[in-house]
Design a protein around this ligand. Sequence first.
Ligand SMILES: NC(=O)c1ccc[n+]([C@@H]2O[C@H](COP(=O)([O-])OP(=O)(O)OC[C@H]3O[C@@H](n4cnc5c(N)ncnc54)[C@H](OP(=O)(O)O)[C@@H]3O)[C@@H](O)[C@H]2O)c1
Length: 248
Amino acid sequence: MTGASAGIGEATARVLAGAGMRVAVCARRRDRLDRLAAGISAAGGEVAAYGLDVTDAGAVRAMVDDVVSRWGRLDVLVNNAGRGLSATVEDTKPDEFRALLELNVMAVFTATQAVLPWMRRQGRGHIINVSSIVGRRGVPYRGAYSATKFALGGLSEALRVELAGTGISVSLVYPIGTATEFHETEARRAGPGPLGPIQSAEHVARCILRCVRRPRPEIYPFRPSWLLAIASVIAPRLADLGLRRLLH
Ligand SMILES: NC(=O)c1ccc[n+]([C@@H]2O[C@H](COP(=O)([O-])OP(=O)(O)OC[C@H]3O[C@@H](n4cnc5c(N)ncnc54)[C@H](OP(=O)(O)O)[C@@H]3O)[C@@H](O)[C@H]2O)c1
C-alpha cells in the first residue's frame, strides 16, 4: 500500500488489516507510519512499514523484495501515493508537471514492474491503481493533475488486457473529492478546491476492500460520478457546460 501515512492510504491500510490481511505500508513520513503500524498491531493485525519516497525506484524494488522474503508472497499492490496541483494550464510550470508525472505515473509504473515477476510466479495477484474522477474527465485548474490520472488509466487498461489469463487483475479506483490532507498539501494558485460532494477516506477504503475481495476493472466510490465519465464521451460540450455551471 503506497502513501499510507495519511488519507485514503491510511484508511485503506486500517480497513484491510481489520479484515485480517497482512499489510505492508509505505510513505515518506516514518513517524506517521509507525503510529499507523502500532495501531494495527495493537488491534491484532500484522503490518510492515517502510519509510521511503516512491519516486526512488531502488527503494521501491527493495521494499517489494523484502515483503516477499518476509511473507513469502505479495497478493495485492495498491498504488495510492499521489499529489495534486491546482493551477491553470498556462500557469503550470514544466518542473511542477514533471514532478507530478514522477509521483502519480512513474512511481506506479515502477511499483507495478517490481511486483509483476512475483505475481506471475504465484499465478495470481491484483494491482489496484487509485486514480481520480478527474482522470475520466479533465476539470478546470487541474489540467496537469488530470493528465497524470488519465495516464494512469491508459497504463492500467493496457496492462489489464496484457495480463488476461495470468490470474493477475488490474483495477482502477476513481474517487471524487475526498476529505483528506490532499487539498491542503497541494499547491493552489487557481480554482476553488474540490467541486461537488465530498466523501470520506474510510468510504473509499471500504470500496477498495470490496475490490480486493472481488476484483473489478473500475470502481467509482461515488456511483453517480460515473455519469460524468459517460457524458464526457458522448456529449463533451454538455460536460463542459456542466463544469462551467458548477464553477460559477
Ligand atoms: N483527496 C481527494 O480529493 C482525492 C480525489 C481523487 C483521487 N485522489 C487520489 O487518492 C490518492 C490518495 O490521496 P489522499 O487524498 O489520501 O491524499 P493525502 O491525504 O495527501 O495522502 C497522500 C499520501 O501519499 C503519500 N505520498 C506523497 N508523496 C509521496 C512520495 N513521494 N513517496 C511516498 N509517499 C508519498 C503521502 O505520504 P508522505 O507525505 O508521508 O510521503 C500520503 O500518505 C492520490 O493518488 C490522489 O490523487 C484523492
